[in-house]
Design a protein around this ligand. Structure first.
Ligand code: AMP
Ligand code: MG
Length: 413
């Protein structure tokens, strides 16, 4: 059976020819979190003109070579209103942060270092050429690459794009994901339950996880455990880049998903991974789309999504890795597990005396949704190990920031 690492490698290898998806132009306000499908070039220098980085006085540095120099104040320059004439020789001007340095001036002195006596300014220290001047093009020369293709647009990048006058930008398309819940016991979330039925929770949990991963989910109608129902439902996934099914991939006689996927044109690469939860997880592809056959148990579906689907969706969107920090951690309680499987415990994570500790949630039942909410980490218990003692070294996939040691010093907390 494949290890989780090997399974992920096969998934990413299979997706490489189709990732990232092509670009689309989006308004600036929709670019956050997306990967650029173009290199953004500065159409003009940044800053566009020499300007003051402090409130103070602009001058020629040579006119105040030693402490105590006094110069007449020729005029005031405010941000947004450049001077209409050059700075006369032997004079200075009042200037404010962001205002254009007038021709002739080559330095700014901050107002704290200047004493004002009527129309004259007395400089308490020698001026230094270029001090408190933000030179045109110092950040970006005209034609320089401001943001490379593939850069992830964060708030700072949105600011940079705005500064460059970009109202639209090309980003990689979000993967479209069709989600199909299978099982004759399932009822939509707003449906009435008859004996033996449960609500379909997987579709909604998986849709939420898709959005978190930067993808666009659509829910297909639930399909019962009948070949024709599955065939009909799968036809509805024609426009998706990725199809997610849940349920029906184990070995029970009602597990009809695998053959249905094959009839729909997918060739399956694997359908078992040596892990818990989530052993029955399938992956395959058709010329148009990739498919993940996720287990029906809610925790198994979400854990396999985290490990396999999330990195796949990010690769399609042009985003790097799985977007999670993976850190060495210590297990807060002893744990016994089957030697053949990699076990992923949903755990609280806390930093204590500089070490990261993971403490499994009270329930790890794959059928319990409470086993997959409120956790900060997946603690990875490696195959090969059978009994882990308290304090054992494991790795932790952080799905949320850990709780910090209250004793640790921080200026921000
Ligand atoms: P299966 O993989 O189809 O054998 O399903 C395993 C378990 O997960 C069963 O108890 C199912 O009732 C449950 N299950 C399957 N699909 C869903 C779903 N969409 N929402 C909630 N539970 C599900
Ligand atoms: Mg089922």
């Amino acid at each position: 059976m494949l290890t989780p690492d090997a399974a992920l490698r096969r998934i990413l290898d299979a997706l490489r020819p189709r990732a990232p998806l092509q670009g689309e132009r989006v308004p600036l306000a929709e670019a956050r979190g997306r990967a650029l499908a173009e290199a953004v070039v500065a159409g003009r220098p940044s800053p566009p003109f020499d300007n003051a980085s402090m409130d103070g006085y602009a001058l020629r540095a040579a006119d105040a070579p030693a402490p105590g120099a006094g110069l007449p104040v020729a005029f005031d320059v405010f941000a947004g209103a450049p001077a209409d004439r050059p700075l006369p020789p032997g004079a200075c001007c009042r200037i404010f942060t962001g205002a254009a340095i007038p021709p002739g001036a080559d330095a700014v002195e901050m107002q704290e270092e200047v004493e004002r006596r009527g129309r004259r300014a007395i400089f308490r220290r020698a001026a230094v050429k270029g001090r408190f001047v933000r030179a045109a093009g110092a950040e970006l020369r005209e034609g320089a690459v401001a943001l490379p293709r593939g850069a992830v647009v964060d708030a700072g990048a949105v600011g940079l794009l705005a500064a460059l006058g970009r109202t639209e930008v090309a980003v990689h398309r979000r993967p479209r994901v069709a989600i199909l819940a299978t099982g004759s016991e399932l009822v939509p979330v707003d449906g009435a339950l008859r004996p033996g039925q449960i609500r379909d929770s997987n579709s909604h949990a998986l849709a939420a996880a898709c959005r978190e991963a930067g993808a666009e989910p659509t829910l297909l109608p639930i399909a019962g455990d009948e070949a024709e129902a599955l065939d009909r439902a799968l036809a509805g996934a024609a426009l998706a880049d990725v199809l997610l099914t849940s349920g029906g991939v184990s070995v029970g006689e009602r597990d009809l998903v695998r053959p249905a996927l094959e009839r729909a044109g997918f060739s399956l690469d694997f359908w078992r991974v040596a892990m818990r939860p989530g052993k029955p997880v399938a992956f395959g592809a058709s010329p148009r789309a990739a498919v993940f056959g996720l287990p029906g148990n809610p925790a198994s579906a979400l854990v396999t999504f985290e490990l396999f689907v999330r990195p796949a969706l990010r690769a399609l969107a042009g985003l790097p890795g799985n977007g999670r920090a993976v850190l060495p951690a210590r297990l807060a309680v002893p744990w016994a597990k089957p030697a053949g499987l990699t076990v992923f415990l949903r755990a609280r994570a806390r930093v204590e005396a500089g070490a990261l500790w993971v403490e499994p949630l009270a329930t790890q039942e794959s059928g319990h949704l409470t086993s997959v909410t409120g956790h900060q980490a997946l603690a990875v218990l490696p195959a090969g190990a059978e009994r882990l003692r308290r304090g054992a070294r494991v790795s932790a996939i952080l799905v949320a920031p850990p709780t910090l040691d209250p004793a640790a010093p921080s200026d921000l907390a």
